[in-house]
Each structure stands twice: as C-alpha cells, then as structure tokens.
Design a protein around this ligand. Structure first.
Ligand code: PGA
Length: 257
C-alpha cells in the first residue's frame, strides 16, 4: 500500500436505470454515513449517461463523499456525431473521472489507440481526470507479451503529454481475460504489472509523474479479493464492474484491507 490516495471506482457498464441509480446512491450514502471510509480512500461511481444527472443531484444534495464518473466520451468538442456525448457535457455535470479506452470499448466498438489518445485529450481539456484502461488478452499473456502490450498502449496514449497531466492521471490495469470472467489476476501479477506501468511512465514523463500517477487494478474484483490487491505497493485502487452493482458490495470493497 502506498501513500497515494486509493481510488475505488464502480463501473456499472450498461446496468441500472436512473431509478436504480438513485436507490443505489441512497443505500451507499447511508452506509458511508454510519461508517465513513478511512482517510486516504476515495470512491467514484460511473453510471450510464442517462443516470448521470440523477446521480449528480443525489450525491450533491446530500453531500455524499463519492465522486461522479462517466464510462466514455467522444473526443470532439461538439458537432455532427449523432448519439455521442462530449467531454464538456460531462464536465458541466461535475463529472470528475472519465473511463477511457476500456477493453470493451476497444474490442466491441473498435476504439483505436488514436481515438483513446484523443479522448484523453478531451477529458483533460475539460479539467476532468481520465481513468486510462490498459491490459492484455489471454493469448498475449500466454505468449509473454503482456508487459509489451501495456507499454505500447501507454505510449500511444501518453507520449508527449505534459508531466503535470500524466501525474494527475489514473491508469487502470485490466487484463482482458479477467474482466467479467471470475478470474482475478494474482496479487503478484497485479503488483508486477502496476510496477511495470509506473516504470514505463517514468520513462515517458519522469519520476515525479510516475510516483504521483495512480494505478488501479480491474478484473473480477470482489469483496473477498479486494484486500489483498489493495495491499500491493503499486496498486492504488480498484476498477470494479460486476461487484459494483450493489451498493453494499462496492462499499465492502472500498473498506477492504
Ligand atoms: P468486472 O469488470 O469487475 O465485472 O470484471 C471490471 C471492468 O471491466 O472494469
């Protein structure tokens, strides 16, 4: 465990209507009120676009100590992009974190490294923090290419960026074979990759950026596996899918030690 703030993020994917989302926030708020997280831990929730405004209102009206996040945005400022949502639209809802380059976006929606880079630009332009997702497939891991794949994704998204921008970033290491499969990377593998990511960022942006950047692990995290992962020196939080859909479970993960 490091002295960087740990960020636990719930990625709801395409789940929860805005009604479900409001109930979720009420349950989570009650849990946090009864028993707040210890210092150095932070939470974000990432509803779908249709629930963002409701979740924003629910969080802000009750002063719930949870940041609002989004799952994606378009890279352009505005224009003829039917069905898309811009970074500015998210910023105006007080969104703090935007997941960028999730493997489902890359694999199912053809998001390229170039698009991911442009999305990081858009999120930073509007003073929000990108959660940049990187990670290898099972084939790449078995071929011994996991580290090279992650390096290449980091370089594509971050090379040439200001040191200050990189220092503020969150990188989520999400091995694709662990997402939604019930297979979690061992804490040893998660730690090795998190350390590799930090090294790579040191090469790209210097040691200050690499010691400030937060590295999350994601992929089938549960309340049972969270504690061991959070104890890893270079792991600064978790990006949680399935187990974030229930407020009680996300709360337990955020408290795990
Ligand atoms: P999972 O999803 O926890 O359901 O594996 C993680 C993610 O895709 O962010």
């Amino acid at each position: 465990m490091s002295d960087r703030e740990l960020l636990i993020s719930g990625n709801w994917k395409m789940n929860h209507t805005h009604f479900d989302a409001i109930q979720f926030v009420q349950t989570l708020a009650a849990l946090l009120r009864a028993n707040p997280l210890r210092a150095g831990r932070a939470l974000s929730v990432h509803p779908s676009f249709t629930a963002l405004r409701s979740v924003q209102t629910a969080l802000e009206s009750d002063g719930v100590p949870v940041s609002l996040g989004a799952q994606n945005c378009h890279e352009a400022e505005k224009g003829a992009f039917t069905g898309e949502v811009s970074a500015e639209m998210l910023a105006k809802l007080n969104v703090s974190y935007v997941i960028v380059g999730h493997s489902e976006r890359r694999q199912l929606f053809g998001e390229t490294d170039e698009a991911v880079r442009a999305k990081v630009d858009a999120v930073c332009r509007h003073s929000m923090t990108p959660i940049l997702c990187v990670g290898e497939t099972l084939e790449e891991r078995e071929a011994g290419q996991a580290h090279a794949k992650v390096s290449q994704q980091l370089e594509a998204a971050l090379k040439g960026r200001s040191r200050a921008a990189v220092a503020d970033l969150v990188v989520a290491y999400e091995p694709i074979w662990a997402i939604g499969t019930g297979l979690t990377a061992s804490s040893d593998d998660a730690e090795k990759m998190a350390a590799h990511i930090r090294n790579e960022i040191e090469q790209l942006s210097g040691s200050e950026a690499s010691s400030s950047v937060r590295v999350q692990y994601g992929g089938s995290v549960t309340p049972e596996s969270a504690g061991e992962l959070l104890r890893c020196q270079d792991v600064d939080g978790l990006l949680v899918g399935g187990a974030s859909l229930k407020a009680e479970s996300l709360y337990e993960i955020a408290r795990a030690r």
